[in-house]
Write a protein that binds this ligand. Sequence first.
Ligand code: IPM
Ligand code: MG
Length: 370
Amino acid sequence: MASNKKLLVLPGDGIGPEVVGEVRRIVDWMDQRRHVSFDISEGLVGGASIDAHGTPLTDETMAEAMNVDAVLFGSIGGPKWETLPFNSQPERGLLRLRKEMDLFANLRPAMVFDALADASSLKHELVAGLDIMILRELTGGVYFGEPRGIETLPSGERRGFNTQSYTESEIERVARVGFELAQKRNGKLCSVEKANVMESGVLWREVVSSIAGDYPDVTLSHMYADNCAMQIVRNPKQFDVIVTDNLFGDILSDCAAMLTGSLGMLPSASLGAEDPTTGRRMALYEPVHGSAPDIAGQGKANPLAEVLSFAMLLRYSFDMGEDADIIEAAVGNVLGAGIRTADIAAPGQTAISTSEMGTALLKELDKLAA
Ligand code: IPM
Ligand code: MG
């Protein structure tokens, strides 16, 4: 069916194609059962693109990503490409997408499904009912700061260096997204940096504080990143929305993932600014997990983070909250029925395959949509 919803699917490497494959089945289900269709094109990224085209992202695929309504991304990287020169590695493809699409706001929710509260490495009572949002700045900071490189000093010794840098406007735009998210949730925003050590952190704190007056319904607090890492595993339910920079957000979101039982459960949405005239906003959706080369191609991967990323895509890019709710409910019900891939199976529980998990989801979707 013709559709005005343009999607670019980039499965990538490792378990990416397997988990994206399960989303494709849900897309087909939506077409048949809910009469919602997408114009889907598929492209290569990361190692797969290196093998085919000698680059982790071609200009054509980059241009296509800028042109669609949303990009659904799998995962990239693997041992095969680790020995390539730094600037040719698979990760460059993802970083280029984020930078050129200007996806500065990366939403990484960490939600604990009731049935999985025991799969977490933390005590049940610490994580049961947990629902926090980590908002990671995604296009600035030490990931992109200049100067960067490895140089040889006059002594002959080499020096590797990167630059942590944030402008006021970069801080302000992500902080505003943080305040707005908090307004729609429980009204609490915790801004995280290292203002005790880094000037960029001092400025971060100043800028976030300076706009707090625009959001009188949000309670703002500040925390150092090291303390935040500790608090996330000590008492994660104290948080509602955390807003932080690119590097701290990368680390803290992996940390928060374990609260939910597995890295295989965490979705994410990376959003650009809304175009004031068209209302359009560039967006890429990807699981927080990586390409897991150790289990790739074996049908063992948990597709739920990718499926939940697709639910975020429906919610944020197409305003299809009801469909997103159904998919999220199906995930909850499947878990509630004790259906588990290996990463979330408790001792004694049988682990099913990636596609069996997909089949279980489709059955549940049939029931929910009946
Ligand atoms: C993530 C990943 C990426 C990052 C890698 C794959 C470049 O760890 O999305 O969290 O560091 O941002
Ligand atoms: Mg990461």
